[in-house]
Design a protein around this ligand. Structure first.
Ligand SMILES: C[S@@+](CC[C@H](N)C(=O)[O-])C[C@H]1O[C@@H](n2cnc3c(N)ncnc32)[C@H](O)[C@@H]1O
Length: 281
C-alpha cells in the first residue's frame, strides 16, 4: 500500500497525510491519530466526525504536484482498455509530464511488465519522479537515465510493496526510441506524427499498438495521415465525455458543471512484416 493515509472530514474535505502523522489540526478541530489504524471513524476535539482510510491511487493523483496538464481518469482508463494494456507488457510512454498516466500504466503492466517513460524536460521528469516514488512505481534513489543527478535525499520514502517497474529517461522520442519489441507506445505530446517512424521500428510486429492523445482535431488528422502512410492499421479515434450524476432527495440529474473537452484518443496497430521478411528470420 501507499506511504500515506487519507483523512476525510464530515464535509468530504480530504487530507492526504504521511503514515507517521500522529496529530492533525483542521478548522473542525484536532484529530488524534496516535496508534490509530485506517478503517475507523474518529472525532476531533471539537466533536466533528472524520474517516481515516487508505487512499486510492486516484486520491494521490488528485493531490500530486503538476508541471503540465495531466490526463484525467476517463482518458487514462480508456487508453488502457482500448489499447488492451495488460500484465507483463512493455510500454513506452512520452512525455512523462507529471507522471499521472505513468502511474496507471505501471499498475496495468504489473510486476512482470515495465514502463519506460521519456521526457525532454529534466525539470518535469524530476517532479514526475517524486509522484512516481509516492505510488511505488520507482525505487528510492532511482536515477533518471540521461540525467547526471543523484537522488539520495533521506526524506525519500520507498513503499514496501511497490511495483518498481518504471524506468524514467530524458530523451526526445522524435530522435530515437531505444527499446525494441515494445508492446504499446503511448504518446501524449504535441507532434506524434514526428514519432511514428521510430514507433514503427520499436513496436513488436505481432502485437504492437500505438496510442496518441491530442487536444486539437488538426493534430489528429495529421497523426492519422502519417499512421496510414507508414502502414499502421485498425486506426480509430475517440473522444470521451464525462458527466457526474447528482443524486439528492429532490431528484436525480446531471451536475451543472461537467468536464468539457480534454483530448482525442487515437489507437492503431503496427504493420506486420511482409511474409518473405518473416521467413528469413
Ligand atoms: C501534456 S504533457 C504529458 C502529461 C502526462 N501524460 C501526464 O498525465 O502527466 C507532455 C509532456 O511531453 C513532453 N514532451 C514533448 N515533446 C516530447 C518529445 N518529443 N519527447 C519526449 N517528451 C516530450 C513535455 O516535456 C511534457 O512533459
Amino acid at each position: 500500500m501507499f506511504a500515506y493515509k487519507l483523512l476525510v472530514d464530515e464535509r468530504g474535505k480530504r487530507y492526504l497525510l504521511k503514515k507517521d502523522v500522529k496529530k492533525f489540526g483542521t478548522d473542525l478541530g484536532i484529530v488524534d491519530l496516535e496508534n490509530v489504524e485506517e478503517g475507523v471513524e474518529l472525532k476531533s476535539h471539537k466533536g466533528h466526525t472524520f474517516y481515516l482510510v487508505e487512499p486510492t491511487m486516484f486520491d494521490i493523483l488528485k493531490r500530486m504536484k503538476r508541471t503540465v496538464t495531466t490526463l484525467l481518469p476517463k482518458d487514462i482508463g480508456f487508453i488502457i482498455s482500448i489499447a488492451g494494456i495488460r500484465e507483463g507488457e512493455t510500454v513506452v510512454e512520452a512525455g512523462t509530464g507529471s507522471g499521472a498516466l505513468t502511474m496507471y500504466l505501471s499498475n496495468a503492466v504489473g510486476k512482470t511488465g515495465k514502463v519506460i517513460t521519456y521526457d525532454i524536460r529534466p525539470e518535469f521528469a524530476k517532479v514526475a519522479r517524486k509522484n512516481l516514488l509516492r505510488v511505488g512505481a520507482i525505487r528510492k534513489g532511482q536515477k533518471i537515465i540521461g540525467l547526471d543527478e543523484d537522488f539520495d535525499d533521506e526524506d525519500e520514502i520507498e513503499i514496501e510493496d511497490g511495483l518498481f517497474n518504471v524506468i524514467q529517461k530524458i530523451g526526445d522520442v522524435r530522435e530515437k526510441i531505444d527499446e525494441k519489441d515494445v508492446d504499446v507506445i503511448v504518446l501524449d505530446l504535441p507532434d506524434p506524427w514526428n514519432v511514428v517512424e521510430n514507433a514503427k521500428k520499436a513496436l513488436n510486429k505481432k502485437r504492437g499498438r500505438i496510442v496518441t492523445y491530442l487536444p486539437y482535431i488538426e493534430q489528429v488528422k495529421k497523426t492519422v495521415e502519417k499512421l496510414k502512410e507508414e502502414g499502421f492499421w485498425d486506426i480509430h479515434t475517440y473522444e470521451l465525455i464525462e458527466r457526474e450524476i447528482e443524486v439528492s432527495e429532490k431528484g436525480v440529474r446531471p451536475s451543472t458543471r461537467m468536464i468539457g473537452h480534454t483530448g482525442y484518443i487515437t489507437v492503431a496497430r503496427v504493420p506486420p512484416k511482409p511474409v518473405d521478411e518473416k521467413n528469413e528470420e
